[in-house]
Structure formats: structure tokens, C-alpha cells
Design a protein around this ligand. Structure first.
Ligand code: SF4
Ligand code: SF4
Length: 164
């Protein structure tokens, strides 16, 4: 059976392709005049809003003590098994503190479950999204890297209280 070819007659202007070129250029110029959303990272840094979930950190009170009471709930809820807490007793009013608190940032999926479950508002998601390691050991953050002054976390804590 012979194949029937469908032929469409092009108009004179279509044959010149000029209307299509003009249409394309109009779109290009319109887009050029719209506001730009691209940031020149790392020279320009993105400052996330309070709702942002960056790496989890431990809240450090103004007197230098961590707020955490080493209950271990965050470690139990963590779906990535990224948290390790070792509790010990303290003379302070809270009675227990985390002698060791580590988060494996290579495992963490930034889900925020640890923050949600913590009864003390002691672990929160920060605005830090710049995580760089050159080996696996550096991805394990201990208290030295996790403790963050409460004054730096106020907006996140405020944001969380809206939903509690
Ligand atoms: S954010 Fe999620 S994955 Fe990361 S430590 Fe907390 S519970 Fe675990
Ligand atoms: S961070 Fe919160 S949930 Fe995790 S061990 Fe400390 S007090 Fe418990």
C-alpha cells in the first residue's frame, strides 16, 4: 500500500521563518527583564528562613551547659540511626547530661524527627547547610561541633513553639 504524504503549504512569512524568530526573541527579552533568583554562591550566601531544616545542633544555654538531659529519645526515633548518646550523672538540677553525643552527618537525612521528639527543646535544626568532609571520620560531629549558643537559635525555637 502506498504511503500518503501529508503536505502543508507554508505561507510566505512562514517560509522566511521571521515570525518564529521574532516570537522567540520576544520571549528571551521578556525573561531578561524578570527578577533573577539565581545566587552567585559561594560569594552570595543564602540566608534560610526559620522554617529551614539544616543540620541538627544541640542547644547550649547562656551558662555554657547543654540543655540536653540525655534521655535518648532522639537516638531512638532517628530513622537513619545517626545519633549516639551516652548519659552520665551530674550535680546540676537536671541530674543527667550527655557525656558523649554524636551525630553522623553522613547518615543524617535532615528529617527533623529528633527535634520533634525532644522534650527539652535541646536539639534543633539549624540554618547550616554547608557540610564538607574530606574523610568519613570528619562526618561524625561530637559535642564540640554540635553545641550552639541558644541566642543563635532563637528564631528556630520561636518557630517551633508556634506548633506546640
Ligand atoms: S534529622 Fe533525622 S536523620 Fe538527622 S539526626 Fe535527626 S532524626 Fe536522625
Ligand atoms: S537531645 Fe533531647 S531527645 Fe535527645 S537525648 Fe537530649 S534531651 Fe533527649
Amino acid at each position: 500500500m502506498a504511503v500518503k504524504r501529508r503536505e502543508k503549504d507554508l505561507t510566505f512569512l512562514e517560509k522566511l521563518y521571521i515570525p518564529e524568530i521574532v516570537k522567540g526573541l520576544t520571549i528571551t527579552f521578556k525573561e531578561m527583564l524578570k527578577p533573577r533568583y539565581t545566587m552567585q554562591y559561594p560569594e552570595e550566601k543564602f540566608v534560610p528562613p526559620a522554617s529551614y531544616r539544616g543540620r541538627p545542633v544541640l542547644v547550649q544555654e547562656r551558662n555554657g551547659v547543654e540543655r540536653c538531659v540525655a534521655c535518648g529519645l532522639c537516638a531512638r526515633i532517628c530513622p537513619a540511626l545517626a545519633i549516639e548518646v551516652q548519659a552520665n550523672e551530674t550535680e546540676l538540677e537536671k541530674e543527667r547530661y550527655p557525656e558523649k553525643f554524636e551525630i553522623n552527618m553522613l547518615r543524617c537525612i535532615f528529617c527533623g524527627f529528633c527535634e520533634e521528639v525532644c522534650p527539652e527543646e535541646a536539639i534543633v535544626m539549624s540554618k547550616d547547610y554547608e557540610l564538607v568532609f574530606t574523610n568519613r571520620e570528619d562526618g561524625i560531629y561530637g559535642k564540640d561541633k554540635l553545641l550552639t549558643p541558644v541566642d543563635h537559635l532563637e528564631d528556630r525555637l520561636e518557630f517551633l513553639r508556634k506548633f506546640r
